[in-house]
Design a protein around this ligand. Structure first.
Ligand SMILES: Cc1ncc(COP(=O)(O)O)c(C=O)c1O
Length: 426
C-alpha cells in the first residue's frame, strides 16, 4: 500500500511540473497543510471504520435510509420509468413525480407551493441569487451555511454578517443598512444550536425584510409531523422562504424551497440551478414522496432521536465536556486548534467511535471540532459505549486547552420535546 506521505510528495512534484504558478500555489498550500507535522496529518481522513465501530457521522437522523416503503417506491418507479426524461426541470410538464412531491410537501409545510431542487446547496444558492441584487443588503448569521454565502456571492450582493444567534446584532445592522434579505439556519450544523427565530422573525417583519430559514437539520425532526422549526413556532406567516437539504432526515439527495405560489413560480424560471442543471430523477422524487409519508407518520422515530440526543448530551455534560451550545441531535466537542482536534479524533477512532471532523472554512479558525450526529437507530449499548470512550479519553485529549463555548441564548423547546436528562428510556 502506498503511504499517504508518498502520495502527497507525488502531488507536490506533479504540481511543480505541470501547473501554472497561480494554481500550483493553491494546491501546494493544501498539500502542506495536509502533511503538516504540527497538525498531525490530513484533518478529515483518519482511520477507516470497521463494521462494529460506532459512527456518529450520518445525517439520516430518523434512520430511514433502508426503509422498505421508500426502497419499494424507488424501485417501482425505476422499473416503470427508468430515469425519465433526464433534462432541466424547466422542460418537465404535467403530473410528474417531482410535481406530486412538491404539492404534498407544500401541504405538509402549510405553504402555497414548493420547489424540489437537486440539493440543499442548489436550493440555497439559487434562491439567494434570485432574491438579492448588488443594491440589496443581505444579513446572514455568521454561522449560516456556506451555500447561503455562495448565493450572496452569486447575486453580487453585499453580505452583512451578524453575530451568531444574536438578534440585537442583527437589528443594529438592519437599522443601519435598511430593508433587505435575512438568512438564518434553524438549527446550526456544527454546534447544534437553534436560531432565536421568533426574535429574528419579529425584526424581519418590523423592517419589511424577506426572511429565509434553512431548515436542513430541523425538517423531519421538529414541529408537528416533523414539519420543522417554523411550524413548531407558528411562524409560517412571517417567514417568506423555507429551504432544506433532503439529505438529512429524508436520507436521500435533494433540496426544497417552500414559499408563496407567486414566488415559487418565479424561482422555477429564475434560479440558475433550476434552469441550468438537470432535474432530480423521477425515481428519486418517488422516493421523496414515500419518505414524506414515513416522516409524517412514524413519530416514534422522532421520540427515539430526542431520547438518544438528550441522553448523550446529558452524559457528555456530566463528564465535563462543554456541549452547552447544543440544543438538538447535533453536539460537538470543540477542541480548538487543528492539532488538538486531531488528538481527539485519533483517541476516539482508536476506540471505535467516529464523529465528523470540522475545521476552517466550516468553522472559525482555531475552533475546529468533532461533531457527533445522533440518530434514532442507535442502541442503548452503542450510546453507552460512546460515553465510556469519552470518559476514558478525558485526560489524554488536553481538555484544559480547549476553548470555552460562547454562551448563547437557549431555545425553549415546545412542551412536547423533552428536556435533557440523564436516563435513557427506550
Ligand atoms: C444547513 C445546511 N444547508 C444546506 C446544506 C447543503 O445540502 P446538500 O448536501 O443537500 O447540498 C447543508 C449540508 O451540509 C446544510 O447543513
Amino acid at each position: 500500500m502506498i503511504s499517504s506521505e508518498k502520495i502527497l510528495n507525488e502531488l507536490m512534484n506533479c504540481a511543480r511540473q505541470q501547473e501554472p504558478a497561480f494554481l500550483a500555489d493553491r494546491v501546494n498550500a493544501y498539500v502542506e497543510r495536509s502533511k503538516n507535522p504540527i497538525s498531525g496529518g490530513h484533518f478529515v481522513k483518519g482511520r477507516i471504520p470497521a463494521n462494529d465501530d460506532i459512527q456518529l457521522v450520518s445525517n439520516d437522523y430518523l434512520s430511514i435510509s433502508s426503509h422498505p416503503e421508500i426502497a419499494k417506491a424507488n424501485i417501482e418507479s425505476l422499473r416503470a420509468y427508468g430515469h425519465g426524461h433526464v433534462n432541466s426541470a424547466v422542460f418537465q410538464k404535467g403530473d410528474t413525480p417531482q410535481r406530486q412531491f412538491e404539492i404534498k410537501a407544500a401541504d405538509w409545510l402549510s405553504t402555497e407551493d414548493s420547489m424540489l431542487s437537486q440539493s440543499g446547496w442548489c436550493a440555497n444558492a439559487g434562491l439567494v441569487q434570485s432574491l438579492a441584487t448588488p443594491e440589496v443588503p443581505v444579513y446572514l448569521d455568521m454561522m449560516a451555511h456556506m451555500s447561503l454565502w455562495e448565493g450572496v456571492k452569486s447575486a453580487g450582493a453585499k453580505p452583512r454578517p451578524f453575530r451568531h444567534n444574536n438578534s440585537k446584532s442583527l437589528e443594529n445592522l438592519v437599522k443601519k443598512y435598511g430593508q433587505g434579505v435575512i438568512l438564518v439556519d434553524s438549527l446550526y450544523s456544527t454546534s447544534g444550536s437553534i436560531c432565536p427565530l421568533k426574535e429574528v422573525a419579529n425584526i424581519s417583519s418590523r423592517y419589511g425584510c424577506i426572511l429565509v430559514v434553512d431548515e436542513s437539520h430541523s425538517l423531519g425532526v421538529m414541529g408537528k409531523q416533523g414539519a420543522g422549526l417554523v411550524d413548531e413556532l407558528g411562524l409560517a406567516d412571517q417567514v417568506q422562504f423555507r429551504t432544506a437539504s433532503l439529505s438529512k432526515a429524508f436520507a436521500a439527495r435533494g433540496g426544497i424551497i417552500a414559499g408563496t405560489a407567486r414566488h415559487i413560480e418565479y424561482l422555477r424560471y429564475e434560479s440558475f440551478p433550476a434552469i441550468f442543471s438537470s432535474a432530480v430523477l423521477d425515481h428519486e422524487s418517488a422516493g421523496f414522496l414515500a419518505a414524506l409519508e414515513v416522516i409524517k407518520k412514524e413519530n416514534n422515530r422522532r421520540d427515539d432521536l430526542n431520547n438518544n440526543a438528550d441522553f448523550l448530551r446529558g452524559q457528555l455534560r456530566r463528564l465535563g465536556y462543554d456541549v452547552s451550545e447544543s440544543q438538538s441531535q447535533i453536539m460537538s466537542l470543540v477542541a480548538g486548534p487543528e492539532h488538538q482536534t486531531i488528538v481527539l479524533r485519533d483517541a476516539l477512532e482508536a476506540r471505535g467511535v467516529f464523529g465528523s471532523p470540522f475545521c476552517a472554512p466550516a468553522t472559525p479558525k482555531n475552533r475546529s471540532l468533532i461533531r457527533f450526529s445522533v440518530n434514532s437507530g442507535l442502541t442503548k449499548e452503542q450510546l453507552t459505549r460512546v460515553v465510556e470512550v469519552c470518559r476514558e479519553i478525558k485526560d489524554i485529549v488536553q481538555r484544559e486547552n480547549w476553548p470555552v463555548a460562547a454562551r448563547v441564548k437557549q431555545y425553549q423547546p415546545a412542551p412536547r420535546r423533552r428536556q435533557p436528562e440523564l436516563s435513557l428510556a427506550f
